[in-house]
Design a protein around this ligand. Structure first.
Ligand SMILES: N[C@@H](CCC(=O)N[C@@H](CS)C(=O)NCC(=O)O)C(=O)O
Length: 215
């Protein structure tokens, strides 16, 4: 059975968990914490980041890479569109989640509010966080509101890696006590709720709630 390395709570570990669940792949979970990765772990994940993945003697790092591998080893149900443009757009939204949303909603809001007090004994700078919420977050939510429009999914009328990559960050946003204001961004708010209610997302979110919403 393959092994997924990385603690729950990470938006990137969650991406891999959702993909594994959607594809019905059984796996062992090694809840390895990030930061201060051992030399042994760096052999699998050279940047020391989570998630990483082991499948027999094959090892991989990076959530996007892991999902791309799973798509080839377990093609059903597909998580990437077959149309070339839709395929590229799905990759774009995954990248928008990883490289656009995560550094803001994850690193600047979830990390200082949830992880730093809990694990590093540091209190959040709420003034800085409110500034991020006022200035950096709204243009991102405006963009996604426009992109979702009247659609159920971001790309190609079905659940894809685009939805995994974008919706995962909003789990951390919510654990940080934030929400997508349904009055200002009604389509995005409904979309996030819909994707988070899929069985694959819901199962991992329920496990994470037990960690992050307990005292
Ligand atoms: N592009 C990577 C990002 C992974 C990542 O940044 N993971 C964070 C935890 S959420 C991490 O391991 N940080 C530890 C570090 O940067 O040393 C992916 O998609 O897997």
């Amino acid at each position: 059975m393959p092994t997924l390395y990385g603690v729950l709570g990470s938006p990137f570990v969650r991406k891999a968990v959702v993909a594994l669940t959607e594809k019905g792949v059984p796996y062992d979970h090694e809840p390895l914490a990030p930061f201060g990765a051992s030399p042994e772990y760096r052999k699998i994940s050279p940047l020391g980041k989570i998630p990483a993945f082991r499948d027999g003697d094959r090892t991989l790092a990076d959530s996007s890479v892991i999902i791309a591998y799973l798509e080839r080893t377990h093609p059903e149900p597909p998580l990437y569109p077959s149309d070339p443009y839709d395929y590229a757009r799905a990759l774009w939204f995954e990248e928008y989640g990883d490289g656009g949303l995560a550094p803001v909603l994850g690193t600047k809001i979830f990390f200082p509010r949830v992880i730093a007090p809990r694990f590093f004994n540091q209190q959040p700078d709420e003034v800085a966080i409110e500034k991020v919420l006022d200035e950096e977050v709204p243009p991102m939510l405006d963009y996604l509101e426009r992109e979702i429009g009247g659609k159920q999914f971001l790309v190609g009328n079905r659940f894809t890696v685009a939805d995994i990559g974008v919706a995962t960050i909003f789990v951390n946003f919510q654990f940080a006590g934030c929400q997508v204001d349904p009055k200002r961004w009604p389509k995005l708010a409904a979309y996030v709720e819909r994707i988070h209610n899929r069985p694959s997302f819901k199962a991992v979110i329920d496990q994470e709630k037990a960690i992050f919403q307990s005292n």
